[in-house]
Every structure is written in structure tokens, then in C-alpha cells.
Write a protein that binds this ligand. Sequence first.
Ligand code: P1T
Length: 384
Amino acid sequence: MKFNTKTIHGGQSHEAATGSVMPPIFQTSTYAQSSPGKHKGYEYSRAQNPTRTALENAFAAIENGTHGFAFSSGLSAIDCVLRLLNPGDEIIAGDDLYGGTYRMFTRLFQKYGLQFTFVDMTNTDTVTEALTEKTRLIWMETPTNPLMKIADIAAITKTVKAYNTDILVAVDNTFSTPYIQRPLDLGADIVMHSATKYLGGHSDLVMGALMVKDKKLGENLHFIQFAGGAIAGPMDSFLALRGVKTLHLRMQRHSENGNAVANFLVGHPKVGEVYYPGLANHENHEVAKKQMDHFGGMVSFRLKDESQRAAFTFLENTKVFTLAESLGGVESLVNHPNTMTHASIPEPERLKIGITDSLIRLSVGVEDIEDLLADLTQALEKVS
Ligand code: P1T
């Protein structure tokens, strides 16, 4: 199947009892057994639930994986991956990550003896130089949140695997989605999503996803999901599956609107740098062109006026863009990483990578582009 067919039909079958086209919401915790251990494949909903199974099959299909897993949040999906590791293992992670991911790495897992090294993954050599015999996991976001930096998934995977085939390469594909880039096809072992974002697509649930293509790795992750218990519930699974079915339609419009907004901002007198991988002058545009089919709906930029007052004036005055954390829904959102989504990163670290008060992040929705540009125009006019 091609991608647009896969989002709708991938891994799906009509429900056996009634032919229901959409999987019912199996709002149950448990399943009848005729004799101990004799059941229809479902024992207890932490282990399996048919609505979640339908979604997990769709997750696997859209990322060209064989196994998909749905979690109660994006962070719990990341937590599951880290539980594959042992004390003393080293993780090389990108230096620009969602603040909650950084917080989990440094404040939850470091104390269990995992060692994290944060490097600029736009340069494959810096990843290679950070490899040691204890490295067990590479964790990358591409594009990164919020600076939209691009890592070369195929090149990094190649160099890492040449060093040691036991090292797992995981890609947080939240910003791109498989409509735009498919990390498993580029050699990565694990794809992770905050399904709260584009996969769900409607800002109505919190969910995480993992997709893999290796059977043993899939079994290990399933065991951790079952034993750890951070599963997605049936109602959320139903909603996310409904979201996935229109992923290709939404991502097409997100990408068109994202591109238009980025180009609008580039020419604006009150705007400094614009971070969008589709711009020809983006630092990693060539790699982006190679591994991304489109460039998505996430755009970050700086106001020329670097004061917090200027940023807040802009943020308080958008009308179509809602000031809120999160991204990837049909509606446009605007966010201030320095005080909102990335505030959990210590200030010196934020400053080092360029998360300052002047940085603004847009999740460009699927509204009419004229309304979005008019909204940005009027809010920018308010900035002195
Ligand atoms: O919020 P949750 O579903 O637990 O997902 C965490 C997460 C993981 N990875 C990336 C790239 C993310 O952007 C997120 C969540 N991000 C936001 C809430 C945000 O506004 O950036």
C-alpha cells in the first residue's frame, strides 16, 4: 500500500462480530475465560485491548514497522525505551530536545546510573566522536524542538552501526510524522512519537507511540509496556486512530501553510532569524531535502527586539494563533519556549543552544493561510 492508503487501511480489518468499519471502543478492563488460561487472545487490558491493538497496527503500518505500541503519553513512550538499558550504559542525545525529554533524561534516569551526553547532531562527526564502548542508545529529534535543527538519520545510523551494531538508534519523529520522513527506512531501530501532536491531530488526547521493525526488540518493548503499565486507554486509542486516518491530508496542508508562514516571516522587518527546514538558507536544508518529503508545519523565529516585553506583546496579541503549549493539532498555536515548553531546561543550557526570550515557536494549523498571515501581521504590528 502507498502512504495515503496506509493511513486509512494499514494494519486494519473490520471488526469480526459485526463488520463494524471502525473498531469499537472496547471499554473493558478484562475478558471472560472459559477455563483458566483459555481465552480469545485477550486477558487483561494492560496486556492487550482490541481498540489499542487496532491503533498499534496502524502505528506500525504508517512507519513501515512490524510492531507498534501506544502509551499514555509521549514521555511514557520514551521512558519505555530507556528501560531497555542498564545502569552504566551511555546515551548520546541531541542538544536541542523537547524540555520534558531533557528533564526525564537528567532528573529521572541519570540517578539510575544512565549517562547522557548531549551533542549537536547536525554534525554527524560530533556523534561519532562521542561514541564509547558503553554507548547503547542514540536519541535524536529531527527537526528538533524548538530550533528546527536537522540530523542526518541515515548518516548517523551508518556510522553508529559501523562502530557497534548493538547500539540502538531512536528517532523522535513527532515534528515530521511518517508523511514527511520514515526513520525505520533510513536504518533507525526505533521511532517514537508524541501522538498527542500530529498523529492524534486534534489536541484532544495525550499519547505516545513507538514503532519498530525488529521482532526481538518489539517483544522487549511489549514486555516493558505490559510490566510498566503506561498504556493508552481505549477511548484515546479510538480517537488517535481516527486522527491517523487523515494524517496525510492534514500534513499536506500543514506543510503548505508552514512554508507560506516561514516565507512571510523571512521578509518581515520586525523578524530576525527564521528556522524552517524548507528555507533554502536553513543551515541543514540539503540534509532536510534528502530525508524529508515535505517540511511540515513547525516554524520558529526570533523577533529583532530581543526583550521579553516584545515577545510577550506578540504572544498576547495573536487571535487566530492560540498561545498554548503543544503542537500538531488542526488549529494554529504559538508558544514561548523559554518560559513555557522548555523552561525545565536549566537557563545556562537554554542560553547555550539559543533558547532565549526572542524565540517564538509556531505550530501552523490547517486554517486558511490568508487568516494566519493577517493574524501574524497584526500581532507583529503591536511589537514596537
Ligand atoms: O507531551 P507528551 O505526549 O508526553 O510528549 C512529549 C514530547 C516528546 N517529544 C517531542 C518532540 C515533543 O514535542 C513532546 C511534547 N511537546 C510539547 C508539549 C511541546 O509543546 O513542545
